[in-house]
Design a protein around this ligand. Structure first.
Ligand SMILES: NC(=O)c1ccc[n+]([C@@H]2O[C@H](COP(=O)([O-])OP(=O)(O)OC[C@H]3O[C@@H](n4cnc5c(N)ncnc54)[C@H](OP(=O)(O)O)[C@@H]3O)[C@@H](O)[C@H]2O)c1
Length: 431
């Protein structure tokens, strides 16, 4: 039985430095918890100054290839991010019989099948808790604690940058641009924030969660994505008046043996637990047939929260090595469900129109909706500005393709000055 487990750390950036700090600070505790010494034997990092910053011996620094080839290394921790060379490093490490822990959502959501199959073929562990929700435990809870359930829906706020922006707009009535600027100043948004605000980061995360929750492989390219850049202060205000908040939701659910997997801004009832998840926090709401509804909440990013999840995985792998149970939480995608096209989903919609303020306009709009099987729940005129007025429509549950067809026809009416926005309204059981 092993007494020492050697770790090779690839990447000593935001997450990697946190991993190093936790592994060294709690070394004695981890010995007591696992019965083995967890030793960082090598670090692959291009920037030597980073080793000095975390107090790591420069002797540990090597390159990733040498680290992977080192026969003494048992666990490779990949925290460089991106698809390549991370994919090649991980595949090579597993083929050399090494267990892998990664935080890489981009890689898992695009090459998950290849990575998990390679782990299985080589009898090694691949754990990736930090790839979704940062410090929030969600992947192992779905694979283990909730395994007795048929999962009905997974819905979450999985991107802190966009949640910060929407919270700011909601609390202070500021514009999207002003809120984004503040997010960048505070370090919550990158200089190029497009992956966050256009929803691609959240799409990768929901692809991973959907694959696990519904036991069927979903990649990020299967996910319908719409970002938050078109949300205005007026949308947020009108949502508030109807007791809704606007959130960037990542949603995956099974409907009639098919999957809906989507990321888009959505109005959520102010009474729903996700509505009060504010700032950079993340939360993931899971509905299971046995457990009912559970919510996982916490810091979705940051050096130490993400490192907490990575080191948790390292300890799980170490225990598996010690007790000869490696590979026990491998690939769980044994179904092959179709992902529905967005046109086929049913949703409620909020539509804001700027219309010419004259008699008969409402009747024309109502007729187009009726002709396309779109049932209206309410229509409210929100004040008149000279010759135009804002018209806010809320629909019942309707098919997306019917709504879009009606919207195209409405857009052609002379009386429509502008289609200001369309936002889906998320149906929640406990509204
Ligand atoms: N940051 C978070 O809050 C967070 C949360 C959850 C998950 N994650 C995930 O964790 C991973 C790492 O993110 P991060 O924020 O820690 O990134 P980061 O701060 O950019 O750190 C990555 C580090 O890896 C180094 N690196 C890149 N390629 C390398 C190579 N070939 N060999 C050796 N070192 C290399 C980089 O060095 P250079 O600077 O020289 O390029 C950098 O020091 C990503 O997959 C990310 O999605 C991050």
């Amino acid at each position: 039985m092993k007494d020492v487990i050697n770790i090779g750390l690839i990447g000593l950036g935001t997450v990697g430095s946190g991993v190093y700090k936790i592994l060294t600070a709690h070394k004695k505790d981890f010995r007591r918890k696992t019965g083995v010494d967890l030793v960082v034997k090598a670090i692959a990092e291009r920037n030597l100054a980073r080793a000095d910053m975390v107090g790591a011996d420069r002797e540990l620094i090597t390159d990733a290839e040498a680290l992977i080839e080192d026969p003494d290394i048992d666990i490779v921790v990949e925290v460089i991010g991106g698809t390549e060379p991370a994919r090649s490093f991980i595949l090579k490490a597993m083929k050399r019989g090494k267990h892998v822990v990664t935080a890489n959502k981009e890689l898992l959501s695009s090459h998950g099948k290849e990575i998990l199959e390679t782990a299985e073929e080589n009898g090694v562990d691949i754990l990736f808790e930090a790839s979704v929700g940062g410090g929030i435990p969600i992947i192992l809870p779905l694979k283990e604690c909730l395994v007795s359930n048929k999962i009905l829906k997974v819905m979450g706020i999985v991107n802190g940058t966009t949640n910060f922006i929407l919270t700011k707009m909601s609390e202070e009535g500021c514009s999207f641009e002003e809120a984004l600027k503040e997010a960048q100043e505070k370090g919550y948004a990158e200089r190029d924030p497009s992956a966050d605000i256009e929803g691609r980061d959240a799409a990768a995360k929901i692809a991973i969660l959907a694959s696990i929750a519904f036991n069927s492989r979903v990649t990020s390219s299967d996910v319908f994505v719409e970002g938050i850049s078109k949300i205005t202060a007026k949308d947020i205000l009108y949502a508030k008046e109807m007791d809704y908040v606007i959130k960037l939701l990542a949603v995956a659910k099974e409907v009639d043996e098919e999957l809906e997997v989507r990321v888009h801004p959505a109005m959520v009832s102010a009474k729903h637990p996700l509505a009060s998840v504010n700032g950079v926090y993340n939360a993931i709401f899971v509905e299971g047939d046995a457990v009912g509804e559970v919510m996982f909440f916490g810091p979705g990013a940051g050096s130490m929260p993400a490192a907490s999840a990575v080191v948790g995985d390292v300890i799980e792998v170490a225990r598996n090595i010690k007790y000869g149970s490696s590979g026990k939480t491998g690939c769980t995608c044994f179904r092959d469900l179709k992902v529905k096209a967005i046109e086929e989903i049913n949703s409620k919609y909020y539509l804001l129109l700027k219309v010419v303020d004259k008699p008969g306009v409402l009747a024309k709009i109502a007729k187009i909706f009726g002709d396309n099987n779109v049932s209206l729940a309410s229509v409210i005129q929100k004040g008149s500005r000279g010759s135009t007025a804002d018209l806010m429509c809320l629909t019942h549950l309707v098919k997306e393709k019917n709504f879009q067809k009606a919207l195209n026809q409405i857009g052609e009416l002379d009386a429509i000055d502008e289609i200001c926005n369309v936002i889906r309204v998320e149906e929640c059981q406990n509204e």
